[in-house]
Design a protein around this ligand. Structure first.
Ligand SMILES: Nc1ncnc2c1ncn2[C@@H]1O[C@H](COP(=O)(O)OP(=O)(O)OP(=O)(O)O)[C@@H](O)[C@H]1O
Ligand SMILES: Cc1ncsc1CCO
Length: 274
């Protein structure tokens, strides 16, 4: 059921404007290409309005925010909204500093992104719950598990209802929620959290999937992107040779996305709907 969004993204080839961090920018560009879309990275105040206007979707990632790029995020976000383009917010490190938390909340309130994708600590920080981010990583105490699953889904659905955004919280169990529907996704491997930027890559790819999908199907497209990333993490891990570690793993995940098709995703996706 979700596999069709892999094909749709390859067919539509959306152009994605990324204002993103300088740690993982190259991997984000490559995974967007691997899923059949096109990336452009641009964060100069004087050009972001023009760049976002020629794109189909905007991925705002606050990972290495500064006052100049915050201004660019607001200009691009407002223009993308005016043009009805898809906007995704990745609130990297929200909860780790007041500037990050404040900026992410401001973008959420003023731009009203279609999708917010973060780890569970970042999402909790945005929702004024006590998200205890370890820098850009989630705190183990915030983790979604079988024992708090119902409560976590209820929290994310309520946050989606409050913001109007599709809310995606990733980790060992990934949750993709609208106000009244949830996908609980079990793809992925713990080793993925030892590569910096699997979340940033997922956000870039998710912007592409959601931009390619009809408006009424955006929740499914977001869930398909999460399953694609998780399944790629599983396939890539199976292809690692004995000495290879997290550097090769990062490349192999992008290769696995490059080879992903609807049939493979429909076979590999592990999820429940609630
Ligand atoms: N323990 C885990 N088990 C299975 N999959 C995981 C685990 N931790 C992370 N993942 C997968 O890794 C991907 C990125 O999720 P994560 O929550 O680590 O993002 P993030 O913290 O925003 O990452 P980053 O800041 O490094 O970009 C998702 O596809 C998620 O399913
Ligand atoms: C490590 C790191 N620091 C700021 S952004 C980033 C990439 C992963 O979120």
């Amino acid at each position: 059921m979700l596999g069709k969004y892999v094909d749709l993204t390859r067919e539509k080839q959306p152009l994605i404007h990324n204002i993103t961090n300088y740690v993982t920018v190259n991997d984000v560009a490559n995974i967007i290409l691997a899923c059949g879309a096109s990336p452009i990275m641009a964060d100069e105040v004087d050009e972001v309005k023009a760049i976002t206007a020629i794109c189909n979707g905007l991925n705002i990632n606050i990972g290495t925010l500064n006052h100049r790029t915050i201004e660019s995020m607001m200009i691009a976000g407002n223009e993308a909204r005016r043009l009805n383009h898809v906007v995704l917010l990745d609130p990297v490190g929200a909860g780790a500093s007041s500037l990050r938390t404040r900026t992410a909340k401001h973008i959420l309130e003023e731009i009203e992104p279609d999708v917010v994708r973060g780890n569970i600590s970042e999402i909790k920080a945005l929702a004024n719950q006590s998200g205890k981010a370890r820098g850009v990583d989630a705190d183990v105490g915030d983790a979604v598990s079988a024992s708090n699953l119902d409560q976590s889904i209820a929290f994310l659905k309520a946050f989606s209802a409050e913001t109007g955004s599709i809310v995606v919280a990733t980790g060992a169990i990934d949750l993709v929620c609208s106000a009244d529907e949830a996908f609980v996704i079990y793809n992925g491997r713990a080793e993925m959290s030892r590569i910096t930027g699997t979340g940033c890559q997922l956000s870039g790819m998710m912007t592409a999937f959601v931009s390619a999908a009809p408006k009424a199907e955006r929740l499914y497209a977001a869930a398909a992107a999460v399953c694609t990333m998780g399944a790629a993490g599983e396939i890539a891990y199976a292809h690692l040779a004995p000495y290879e570690g997290n550097a090769t793993y990062c490349r192999r995940i992008i290769d696995a996305v490059d080879h992903m098709d609807s049939k493979t995703l429909d076979q590999e996706a592990k999820y429940e709907r609630q």
